[in-house]
Design a protein around this ligand. Structure first.
Ligand code: NAD
Ligand code: DAU
Length: 331
């Protein structure tokens, strides 16, 4: 197996590379990452001799063509990934998420390679808080933000390339990930690092919004299962039954870090803020036999807090610029 991992210096992609090196040491890995604000080459420092790293942009058609031709399967994580940024400046999202995916699809088609496309549950829009239903592979697409609409666009391109050109591709749509090496702009690491720097966590709006949390290693073990057992043309939803509202997550972080559970601030809400996401993972569990390992959210959160405590030099590089951006938005 020769894998081309796009976005492998980002949060989920780098954790995927670490997991593959442990669980499938015989697989060869090439990472392409443009090392944008969310990509950090130091993240891959400890394994730099075990992989090939190429600093490059998936918008660069010639480079993508060459790298795809040299590998068997593309595992495509690279994307602009943060909703708040997409509300400030949507263009990089169109560029990386849609044009970048188009380039990969065309290279996969030309060289008859395989693609696994990493996507998000946000393509389905949101659910009401009191709605008993969850997202399934047949839920209609209804994205809310520039981020989720460009991810939805990229999924639709993949589906069209499967049907029209017969390329060999699978798609996965996963819920909210947490774990080590996540950029401090995201909800959980932002709150942990605010507390570590002596400030209060920041809750958008009322905090009743629900996210379906999954540990990043569980997301990536599901991706490995799809690479090994997934059926071409199929979509798999990845989730671990981890629904929690934002207020309760902040309270749990405060508790685990030894602070009073009400020591947080309410800040401006996100425009168009999706209310609730929830994944029905039954296709993944029944057809591919996948099971999550991190079933205790508090334990996973505790390990994540410890990682941020022990790796301050990794996240401090990102912190002040991130907080300046939030300050301008009153968030
Ligand atoms: P991230 O922002 O931490 O990492 C993205 C990586 O992609 C970065 O290293 C960045 O430099 C790279 N990248 C971006 N544009 C690029 C380009 N044009 N060319 C080359 N490299 C580029 O994001 P993440 O949270 O690790 O998300 C990875 C993927 O997983 C994304 O496709 C995202 O939509 C999807 N996803 C994320 C979550 C989540 O909770 N974070 C959940 C479901 C799906
Ligand atoms: O559902 C999958 C998606 O999850 C992925 O596709 C995205 O790439 C990923 O960023 C994530 O999107 P969210 O918008 O749900 O994640 P975020 O971490 O930005 O916010 C999670 C929730 O927390 C959301 O309801 C907004 C809220 N929030 C966020 C921040 C940064 C706060 O209340 N306070 C904050 O400071």
């Amino acid at each position: 197996m020769k894998l081309l991992v796009t976005g492998g210096a980002g949060f989920i992609g780098s954790n995927f590379v670490f997991l593959v090196l442990t669980e499938r040491p015989e697989w060869q890995i090439t990472v392409i990452d443009k090392l944008g604000y969310a990509g950090d080459i130091e993240t891959l420092d400890s394994i730099k001799d075990k992989i090939q790293f190429v600093k490059g942009d998936i918008v660069d058609n010639e480079l993508v063509d060459k790298l795809v031709s040299e590998n068997n399967i593309v595992v495509h994580f690279a994307a602009e990934s943060h909703n708040d940024n997409s509300l400030t400046n949507p263009w990089p999202f169109v560029e990386s998420n849609i044009i970048g995916t188009f380039n990969i699809l065309e290279a996969v088609r030309r060289h008859k390679k395989r693609l696994h496309h990493i996507s998000t549950d946000e393509v389905y829009g949101d659910l009401e808080l009191d709605d008993p239903s969850k997202f399934t592979p047949t839920t209609p697409y209804n994205p809310s933000s520039p981020y989720s609409s460009t991810k939805a666009g990229s999924d639709l391109l993949v589906r069209a390339w499967v049907r029209s050109f017969g390329i060999h591709a699978t798609i996965s749509n996963c819920s909210n990930n947490y774990g080590p090496r996540q950029h401090v702009e995201k909800f959980i690491p932002r709150q942990i690092t605010e507390i570590l720097e002596g400030r209060k966590p920041k809750l958008y709006g009322t905090g009743e919004n629900v996210r379906d949390w999954i540990h990043v290693d569980d997301h990536n073990s599901a991706v490995i299962a799809i690479i090994e057992k997934g059926v071409s043309g199929e979509t798999y939803l990845i989730g671990a039954n981890g629904e929690k509202n934002n207020k309760s997550v902040i309270e749990t972080i405060l508790k685990l870090m030894g602070k009073p559970m009400d020591e947080y601030e309410h800040v401006n809400d996100r425009p168009g803020h999706d209310l609730r996401y929830a994944i029905d993972n039954s296709k993944l569990t029944s057809e591919l036999g996948w099971k999550p390992k991190y079933t205790d959210f508090e334990e996973g959160l505790k390990q994540t807090i410890d990682w941020y405590r022990n790796n301050a030099s990794w996240w401090q590089k990102q912190k002040s610029e991130t907080e300046s951006k939030y300050a301008e938005l009153g968030r």
